[in-house]
Design a protein around this ligand. Sequence first.
Ligand code: WT7
Length: 670
Amino acid sequence: MTLNSLQKVNKAPMSEHPEDPIYPVPARLLDPAQCPKPYISSLEQYQQLYRQSIDDPSTFFGKLATELLSWSKPFHTVKHGGLDHGDIAWFLEGQLNASYNCVDRHALADPNKIAIIYEADEPNQSENITYGELLRQVSQLAGALRARGIKKGDTVAIYMPMIPEAVVALLACARIGAMHSVVFAGFSAEALRDRVQDASSRLVLTSDQGKRGGKTIETKKIVDEALKNCPSVETVIVCQRTGADVPMKAGRDYWWGDECGKRTNYLSPEPMHSEDPLFILYTSGSTGQPKGVMHTTAGYLLGAAATVKYVFDYHPGDIFACMADVGWITGHTYIVYGPLALGATTVLFESIPTYPTPSRYWELVAKHKVTQFYTAPTAIRALRRLGDEWVEGHDLSSLRVLGTVGEPINPEAWHWYYDKVGKGRCAVVDTFWQTETGSHIVTPLPGAIPTKPGSATLPFFGIELAVLDPVSGKELEGNNVTGVLAVKKAWPSIARTVYNNHQRYLETYLKPYPGYYFTGDGATRDKDGYIWIRGRVDDVINVSGHRLSTAEIESALIMHNTVAEAAVIGANDDVTGQCIHAFVCLKPGVSCHSTDLNKELVLQVRKVIGPFAAPKKVYLVEDLPKTRSGKLMRRILRKIVAGESDSLGDISTLADPAVVATLIAKVANS
Ligand code: WT7
């Protein structure tokens, strides 16, 4: 793993424009006549608090956890264990419930406050849900889950479109102490099946269909297909999104409305220990098998709430809009748990940025007077390409903070976001984090940290970063260094384990560089101490901010009956950041001249993983570059596709060096 890393850390300045000026905090944010005073309003204040958070984390996070969360039983020990032994625990002896923190306490204070603005696929179908209503709906579904036998510690799978019931689903599980395992509704039936099986989910929450960009998604059909082979699932509760006539299996499938209608409008929350699991969420790693990353209650919730407060500088009355899908960690933390923990109004966006027109985001901002807007660089790049006219003429004056996440943002996209959307009067926060980190770990703070386009800037409170030499594992001290990014101490929202596989957790994150949490990303610390994320150093590909493993796509391809072998790599793409190129060797006797086969192989990946994993290019080849011991040299394929065939390095170790020329010709002719 380490050797591979060294080869892959991109040392050339990728997106760094040294001539780019540092962007100070926009003056408007610091003008009390125009904006609420940022919680952290100078670099010095950030530095001082950051120091405290590192020097005395118990005091710092003890205070924060008391301020931001409500406890049914106070904690006494702020932190225990750590990265050395993988026994991380925070806020011990304490008890709390995440749904109480995200719903009840705000409903009790003001039941009429709007919790969720549901911006439906068709713009004129939006709806508001108050905290009072949310409490009733969460209670009812929690009661329905209990009535179907779900108890504390069970797992519930959620496969739903972006409708308010999806938020209700997460919170209802949290209310009774069941772990939710949300599977992004873009995953195929097979991918859903694997995740349901791995988590031994007992119940599935889904909908009849979904709507996205005017298209219908056959959610329930996919669930039916997936469950053909899931003996752990006893019950499916189906919410009506479109009212379509979908088959219901007697004794297994029940309508959401019927189930909830039988239950009371208030159900008391189950007291949970700080370290009781809140959810699992699957993510891709270096192997074909997705990992069920597990987060626990108190630490995760604190990370979510603290970053919404400080990174988005959330103030009461703000309208918070995260454009992610609830199926990914960004949706968990920044649509559901973070904003709701603070009693904010959160926007739930069911559609896509270009439906019905590429003005959709900006109409949404103007209509709801959004103050914080959070999206991915891929969306920014796509909208930038479509032209400025789509963003012009919309009232974007409510915006204060613009966030990006998921992949490095190139300076061109950053500038467009800053100038055209933010009109030079909003802070842009490039937030680096991962499913495993639970919440932001490297990010600017809008009122305090000057930004550089393309840099995630500085660590959040409690995050002690290290840039390591990938081979020796030694910490690279000082500035102007490039290596792999690691964290030196555990923080509250770090994932605690991989579901049912603690060994894999240790091996993936804690053992590669003992004593550190290994992010899997390369990074540079520049002359000013700013962090520039260089992308993954493992076999993970980032397509539109979606994390995919080469091994997962390869194994999907190999399942096709014509395929003998496959090698998948990430290539650069102007819009999606990276895209997938697949090299496929067919079984002897299979003709490789059929163009239909290319299409079929793309379909194969869509079927096994989901449409978002579809290769952009498939090359049918005779042979793959391998060492004599049979190790696949993806590096060579990456170089060939990038047009860098003149710098392939040493190919004499290949079992058959002649294969290279054939591959170069194949790629050139395709
Ligand atoms: C990987 C994590 C949690 C965010 C959504 C993706 C990449 C994430 C940035 C950023 C550069 C970024 C990294 C990371 N990434 N944010 N601001 N700049 N790269 O979560 O699916 O767990 O993927 O996304 O490579 O390791 P994820």
